[in-house]
Design a protein around this ligand. Structure first.
Ligand code: UDP
Length: 234
């Protein structure tokens, strides 16, 4: 499968068409951004590590009955995926409070949530991905009610599967962001799941193994991603 035409370039990935109109190549870059792209940098080898980590996670989710856009890993930085129409929502699931939820509600980082929570944000960088609720989604036709239901059901199931997957690797899944796509009238999981899009804390030490190391200049960024890769590859 060869890359033909660049169709999209985001902060961390590039999408290319292929000879097959139903398949695209997702290329993982080393570029990293935070705080709505106000902070920019690169994380050495991040593209290679995230491609491998996301591939492993997609394979695991598919084994547990969650349909994803993942088809196969082509090489170090490229993943073959189904072409979908992206639903313009970011879906955030949380098991403990961190990041924006702590700022919003004045919570201590790590506060355990009695049940997992779900937030929707409208995907628009120029607006800073503002939070929206189901009434906004319906009124502005970002997704249908059926799609919202499918997305919520899948997101909580993904949380159940991934919490266990990571816990077996002595990692606690604190929160994460998902994106979904439409294909053939169905909703499937798209984009990536990696230390760029999750908060992952090592069990016992509480060490952060995710992009917060970059966001907050904690050092050891590459090593943290490498450690996640090492554990998911077992
Ligand atoms: N997240 C993401 N992309 C975004 C916003 C958030 O992947 O554009 C992830 C983030 O890495 C974390 C979770 O979603 O795992 C919740 O992020 P939060 O709302 O706390 O935002 P932040 O603290 O990054 O502002």
């Amino acid at each position: 499968m060869n890359k033909l035409e660049k169709i999209y370039e985001g902060k961390a990935k590039i999408l290319y068409t292929t000879e097959d109109p139903n398949l695209v190549i997702q290329y993982f870059k080393d570029d990293a951004t935070a705080f709505n792209a106000q902070k920019k940098g690169t994380i050495e080898q991040k593209g290679i590590m995230n491609n491998r980590i996301a591939s492993r996670i997609f394979e695991h989710l598919q084994q547990h009955g969650i349909e994803t856009h993942y088809v196969e890993t082509l090489n170090d930085r490229e993943m073959l995926v189904k072409r979908v129409q992206i639903v313009p929502l970011e879906v955030i699931i949380r098991n403990r409070a961190a990041g924006s939820l702590c700022r919003l509600l004045g919570l201590a980082e790590g506060t355990v949530l009695a049940v997992p929570t779900l937030e929707f944000c409208y995907k628009d960088d120029s607006l800073g991905d503002p939070q929206v609720n189901e009434y906004h989604i319906r009124a502005l036709k970002y997704a249908t009610d059926e799609e919202v239901k499918a997305i919520k059901d899948m997101a909580f199931k993904i949380n159940d599967v991934l919490k266990k997957f990571f816990l077996d690797l002595k990692i606690e899944l604190i929160d994460f962001k998902l994106e979904f796509g439409r294909v053939g009238g169905r909703i499937i999981l798209a984009d990536e799941i990696s230390p760029d899009t999750c908060r992952l804390w090592e069990v016992g030490t509480g060490n952060k193994l995710d992009k917060d190391r970059f966001r907050r200049d904690l050092g050891g960024v590459e090593q943290a991603y490498q450690e996640v890769l090492r554990r998911v590859s077992k």
